[in-house]
Write a protein that binds this ligand. Structure first.
Ligand code: HEC
Length: 160
């Protein structure tokens, strides 16, 4: 073999291998959200560790007085109260929250239930869309894997 090929062939192989590994790196390192700080994605979930941490805090501030600090509500949540209205339901996967798509859950938090004859206030003027998403992310960490999968299959991330 000519000395030139002796040098250029291994070099070409090296470059090709590098090009491939660079490709893989750029796909795995892509941020999963558009936030500036790098986000830690959670396998199989639409949200990140950072959202969960923020949501846990925001839930205690805005939602826990009615829904309970672990979104467990009260044992008798299925019985209407003395005013004839239903108490705040659990959001921890034991009631119906998982029957609603992400978009519908967002809308429920934004608009509340008062306009539908319920008691929940809307949060559109108090919480930014990212904050509502963070709260819903934390709420979903309370769901069992089975409930989360059932939610995904039923409507989950479908836009409705
Ligand atoms: C003043 C009490 C109150 C507060 C505060 C409150 N909720 Fe509610 N929430 C309710 C009640 C009561 C319902 C049942 C529907 C209704 O009466 O409006 C409900 C229903 C819901 C539902 C629908 C659940 C289902 O099974 O369909 C979601 C989701 C929800 N709340 C999330 C939240 C989140 C997130 C927050 C905090 C940002 C919050 N709520 C704050 C009282 C409250």
């Amino acid at each position: 073999m000519h000395p030139f090929y002796k040098l250029i062939l291994p070099l070409a192989t090296l470059l090709a291998v590098n090009a491939c590994s660079n490709d893989t790196d750029s796909t795995t390192e892509q941020p999963s959200t558009s936030t500036v700080t790098p986000a830690t994605s959670i396998p199989g979930r639409w949200y990140t560790e950072e959202q969960v941490a923020a949501g846990k805090h925001l839930f205690q501030l805005h939602c826990s007085t009615c829904h309970g600090s672990n979104a467990q509500s009260i044992p008798d949540w299925k019985k209407p109260g003395s005013n004839g209205m239903y108490p705040p339901p659990p959001l921890n996967g034991t009631a119906h929250a998982w029957h609603h798509s992400l978009n519908l859950l967002r809308k429920t938090v934004r608009e509340g239930g008062v306009r539908l004859g319920g008691q929940m206030p809307g949060f559109a003027d108090k919480l930014k869309p990212q904050e509502i998403d963070a709260i819903l992310a934390w709420v979903q960490t309370l769901w069992t894997e089975q409930i989360y999968q059932a939610w995904l299959t039923r409507s989950g991330l479908i836009k409705r």
